[in-house]
Write a new protein. Structure first.
Length: 160
Protein backbone atom coordinates (compact mmCIF):
# COMPACT_ATOMS: atom_id res chain seq x y z
CA UNK A 1 0.00 0.00 0.00
CA UNK A 2 1.34 3.40 -0.97
CA UNK A 3 2.20 5.98 1.65
CA UNK A 4 -0.44 8.65 2.06
CA UNK A 5 -1.20 11.88 3.88
CA UNK A 6 -0.89 11.47 7.64
CA UNK A 7 1.55 8.55 7.42
CA UNK A 8 5.00 8.70 8.99
CA UNK A 9 7.94 8.32 6.63
CA UNK A 10 9.32 4.79 7.09
CA UNK A 11 12.72 4.30 8.65
CA UNK A 12 15.42 3.73 6.10
CA UNK A 13 18.81 4.72 4.80
CA UNK A 14 19.67 6.50 1.58
CA UNK A 15 23.06 7.26 0.11
CA UNK A 16 24.42 10.60 -0.98
CA UNK A 17 27.73 11.59 -2.51
CA UNK A 18 30.33 12.81 -0.04
CA UNK A 19 34.00 13.71 -0.26
CA UNK A 20 35.91 10.50 -0.90
CA UNK A 21 32.86 8.38 -1.75
CA UNK A 22 29.36 8.02 -0.42
CA UNK A 23 27.63 8.64 2.88
CA UNK A 24 24.62 6.95 4.47
CA UNK A 25 21.83 9.30 5.51
CA UNK A 26 18.95 8.05 7.66
CA UNK A 27 15.40 9.10 7.02
CA UNK A 28 15.33 10.41 10.60
CA UNK A 29 18.22 12.72 9.71
CA UNK A 30 16.58 13.82 6.45
CA UNK A 31 13.04 14.40 7.72
CA UNK A 32 13.18 14.78 11.52
CA UNK A 33 12.26 18.27 12.69
CA UNK A 34 12.28 19.63 9.13
CA UNK A 35 9.88 20.50 6.35
CA UNK A 36 11.04 18.64 3.25
CA UNK A 37 9.88 18.24 -0.32
CA UNK A 38 10.87 14.79 -1.55
CA UNK A 39 10.43 14.12 -5.23
CA UNK A 40 11.23 10.85 -6.95
CA UNK A 41 11.99 10.00 -10.52
CA UNK A 42 12.15 6.66 -12.35
CA UNK A 43 15.79 7.23 -13.21
CA UNK A 44 18.64 9.69 -13.44
CA UNK A 45 19.45 10.88 -16.95
CA UNK A 46 16.10 9.63 -18.31
CA UNK A 47 14.23 11.99 -20.68
CA UNK A 48 11.40 13.57 -18.63
CA UNK A 49 13.44 13.42 -15.43
CA UNK A 50 16.35 15.30 -17.02
CA UNK A 51 14.39 17.70 -19.23
CA UNK A 52 11.63 18.70 -16.81
CA UNK A 53 11.45 17.17 -13.33
CA UNK A 54 14.89 17.90 -11.86
CA UNK A 55 15.36 21.23 -13.71
CA UNK A 56 12.00 22.46 -12.42
CA UNK A 57 13.01 21.89 -8.81
CA UNK A 58 16.38 23.55 -9.40
CA UNK A 59 14.70 26.58 -10.97
CA UNK A 60 12.01 26.85 -8.26
CA UNK A 61 14.20 25.93 -5.26
CA UNK A 62 14.33 29.50 -3.95
CA UNK A 63 10.55 29.92 -4.22
CA UNK A 64 9.93 26.55 -2.55
CA UNK A 65 12.34 27.27 0.30
CA UNK A 66 10.75 30.72 0.75
CA UNK A 67 7.55 28.82 1.69
CA UNK A 68 9.31 27.39 4.75
CA UNK A 69 10.81 24.26 3.19
CA UNK A 70 14.15 23.33 4.74
CA UNK A 71 15.31 21.01 1.97
CA UNK A 72 14.40 19.53 -1.38
CA UNK A 73 15.46 15.93 -1.94
CA UNK A 74 15.54 14.15 -5.29
CA UNK A 75 15.27 10.37 -5.00
CA UNK A 76 15.93 7.69 -7.60
CA UNK A 77 16.64 3.99 -7.66
CA UNK A 78 20.18 4.58 -8.87
CA UNK A 79 23.52 4.49 -7.09
CA UNK A 80 24.97 7.54 -5.33
CA UNK A 81 27.66 7.99 -7.98
CA UNK A 82 25.06 8.26 -10.75
CA UNK A 83 22.97 10.65 -8.67
CA UNK A 84 26.05 12.78 -8.03
CA UNK A 85 26.96 12.85 -11.72
CA UNK A 86 23.38 13.72 -12.67
CA UNK A 87 23.33 16.53 -10.12
CA UNK A 88 26.62 17.90 -11.40
CA UNK A 89 25.37 17.70 -15.01
CA UNK A 90 22.47 19.95 -13.97
CA UNK A 91 24.48 22.20 -11.64
CA UNK A 92 22.20 21.47 -8.66
CA UNK A 93 24.65 22.91 -6.15
CA UNK A 94 22.87 23.26 -2.82
CA UNK A 95 19.41 23.64 -4.38
CA UNK A 96 18.54 19.93 -4.32
CA UNK A 97 19.98 16.99 -2.38
CA UNK A 98 20.54 14.03 -4.70
CA UNK A 99 19.67 10.83 -2.80
CA UNK A 100 20.18 7.28 -4.01
CA UNK A 101 18.00 4.28 -3.17
CA UNK A 102 20.10 1.77 -5.09
CA UNK A 103 18.25 -1.36 -3.98
CA UNK A 104 14.81 0.29 -3.95
CA UNK A 105 14.42 -0.57 -0.25
CA UNK A 106 13.09 2.85 0.76
CA UNK A 107 10.96 3.11 -2.37
CA UNK A 108 9.40 -0.27 -1.55
CA UNK A 109 8.80 0.82 2.05
CA UNK A 110 6.89 3.80 0.63
CA UNK A 111 4.87 1.41 -1.55
CA UNK A 112 5.79 3.45 -4.63
CA UNK A 113 7.93 1.03 -6.63
CA UNK A 114 7.12 -0.25 -10.11
CA UNK A 115 8.56 -2.90 -12.36
CA UNK A 116 10.30 -1.27 -15.31
CA UNK A 117 11.80 -4.54 -16.56
CA UNK A 118 10.07 -4.10 -19.90
CA UNK A 119 12.34 -1.07 -20.37
CA UNK A 120 15.44 -2.93 -19.13
CA UNK A 121 15.48 -0.90 -15.91
CA UNK A 122 14.34 -3.39 -13.23
CA UNK A 123 12.52 -2.10 -10.16
CA UNK A 124 12.24 1.68 -10.10
CA UNK A 125 10.36 4.41 -8.30
CA UNK A 126 7.11 5.79 -9.55
CA UNK A 127 7.25 9.50 -10.28
CA UNK A 128 5.96 11.34 -7.21
CA UNK A 129 6.44 14.19 -4.76
CA UNK A 130 5.77 14.31 -1.04
CA UNK A 131 5.55 17.27 1.30
CA UNK A 132 6.85 16.03 4.65
CA UNK A 133 6.77 17.94 7.94
CA UNK A 134 8.79 16.44 10.82
CA UNK A 135 8.59 12.98 9.26
CA UNK A 136 4.83 13.06 8.58
CA UNK A 137 3.42 13.23 5.05
CA UNK A 138 1.34 16.40 4.60
CA UNK A 139 0.93 16.07 0.83
CA UNK A 140 1.31 13.08 -1.51
CA UNK A 141 1.30 13.57 -5.28
CA UNK A 142 1.80 10.37 -7.27
CA UNK A 143 1.77 10.52 -11.05
CA UNK A 144 -0.32 8.26 -13.24
CA UNK A 145 1.87 6.08 -15.50
CA UNK A 146 3.68 8.08 -18.19
CA UNK A 147 2.36 11.39 -16.78
CA UNK A 148 4.14 14.46 -15.41
CA UNK A 149 1.60 16.79 -13.85
CA UNK A 150 1.06 16.61 -10.08
CA UNK A 151 4.69 16.14 -8.96
CA UNK A 152 6.29 19.04 -10.83
CA UNK A 153 7.98 21.86 -8.94
CA UNK A 154 5.28 24.24 -10.09
CA UNK A 155 2.50 21.94 -8.84
CA UNK A 156 4.23 21.45 -5.48
CA UNK A 157 4.79 25.19 -5.09
CA UNK A 158 1.01 25.67 -5.47
CA UNK A 159 0.42 23.11 -2.68
CA UNK A 160 2.77 24.76 -0.17
Amino acid sequence: MAISVGDKIPAGTLKISAPGGTKDVSTDELFGGKKVVLFAVPGAFTPTCSAKHLPGFIDKAGDIKAKGVDSIVCLAVNDAFVMDAWGKAHNVGDAVMMAADGNAEFTRALGLEFDASDFGMGVRSQRFALIVDDGVVKGAYVEAPMKFEVSSAEAILEQL
